[in-house]
Design a protein around this ligand. Structure first.
Ligand code: BTN
Length: 270
C-alpha cells in the first residue's frame, strides 16, 4: 500500500468526472505503462489511471529504463480514448505535458519547460519524462496510454549515473512536496484539457510556447542519422523542423536532442 497515494485518498479530493474515476494504486509494479496498456486492451474506461510508488521495470523512451526509488516520484499512466486520427495522437502527449507543467507550477512554484519531444526540464536538467503508447483499431485510435514520471522528493545523487543531468522538485525548492497534491492537480489539468480536445481544440500552440528547444542549435540523433542545425519550429503533429547549415529544412519525428554540444537526450539509464 502506498501510504500517501492510496486510491481512497487520491479520489477523495479529486475534482474530475472522468480522469482517475477508475484508478489502481500499487506499492510496486513492473511498469505502470505496461499495466495501463493491459487495461486498455481489456476495455478499460476512458480516463483510467495506474499509479505506483516504484517500478521494477520502469520504461523510458527509445527502449531505455526509468529509475525511481520508492517514495520519491510520481509514476502514473493514463488510458485515454480520444476521437482523433492516429496522426493526431501526439496532441494527447502535448496536453498531458502542459497539464504537468501547470500542476508543477501550482504545487511547487517551479517553472518547468518542455524539451522536444517530451522531456520536462528546469533549465538543462531533467525533471520528468513522458512515454506515450498508441493502440489502433483498424485505422482509428483505440487507446493512447500516456505514462509520466516526475522526480518529486528525489535526492538526485541516488540515481545511477545518467547522461542527462537530473533534477527534482526537492532539489529545486529545498523542501519535500506532497505527491498527492501534485497528482490531483495533474489529473484535473489533464481532464480540463482532454475535454477541450474532444471538442476540437488542439494544444499545439500552447505546447509550442512552452518548448525550450526552439531557436537553439541542435544535434538530433534519429534511428537513421544525426541531423545538425537550428530548431526553428514544430508542426501540428509535433515534429521538429530543423534548418541545416546547407539551408535544407528537415522534419524530425523521433530523436534525441543535444543542445550546444551537451547531450540532453532524456535518457535515465547509463
Ligand atoms: C522518458 O523520458 O524516457 C520517458 C519516461 C517515462 C517514465 C514513466 S514512469 C510511469 C510510466 N511507466 C513507465 O514504465 N514509464 C512511464
Amino acid at each position: 500500500m502506498i501510504k500517501d497515494l492510496t486510491r481512497e485518498r487520491i479520489q477523495a479530493g479529486l475534482k474530475t468526472h472522468l480522469v482517475g474515476r477508475y484508478l489502481e494504486a500499487y506499492t510496486e509494479i513492473p511498469s505502470t505503462n505496461s499495466r495501463a496498456v493491459e487495461l486498455a486492451r481489456s476495455g478499460a474506461q476512458d480516463g483510467a489511471v495506474v499509479v505506483a510508488d516504484t517500478q521494477s521495470a520502469g520504461r523510458g523512451r527509445l527502449g531505455r529504463r526509468w529509475f525511481a526509488p520508492p517514495g520519491t516520484s510520481l509514476l502514473i499512466s493514463l488510458v485515454l480514448r480520444p476521437e482523433l486520427e492516429p496522426g493526431q495522437a501526439p496532441r494527447v502527449t502535448m496536453l498531458c505535458s502542459l497539464a504537468a507543467l501547470e500542476a508543477i507550477r501550482q504545487v511547487s512554484g517551479v517553472e518547468s519547460q518542455i524539451k522536444w519531444p517530451n522531456d520536462l526540464v528546469v533549465g538543462d536538467r531533467k525533471l520528468g519524462g513522458v512515454l506515450t503508447e498508441l493502440g489502433l483499431s483498424g485505422t482509428s485510435v483505440d487507446y493512447v496510454v500516456v505514462g509520466m514520471g516526475i522526480n518529486v522528493n528525489l535526492e538526485v545523487e541516488s540515481l545511477p549515473e545518467v547522461m542527462t543531468p537530473p533534477t527534482s522538485l526537492l532539489a529545486e525548492t529545498g523542501r519535500p512536496l506532497s505527491r498527492l497534491a501534485l497528482l490531483q492537480a495533474l489529473l484535473e489539468g489533464v481532464e480540463a484539457r482532454y475535454l477541450r480536445l474532444q471538442s476540437g481544440w488542439s494544444p499545439h500552440a500552447e505546447w509550442r510556447q512552452h518548448l525550450a528547444t526552439l531557436g537553439q542549435s541542435v544535434q538530433i540523433g534519429t534511428p537513421e542519422e544525426i541531423i545538425t542545425g537550428q530548431a526553428v519550429d514544430v508542426d501540428a503533429d509535433g515534429a521538429l523542423l530543423v534548418l541545416t547549415p546547407e539551408g535544407a529544412r528537415r522534419r524530425v519525428l523521433v530523436g534525441d536532442v543535444t543542445l550546444r554540444g551537451q547531450r540532453l537526450d532524456g535518457a535515465t539509464s547509463p
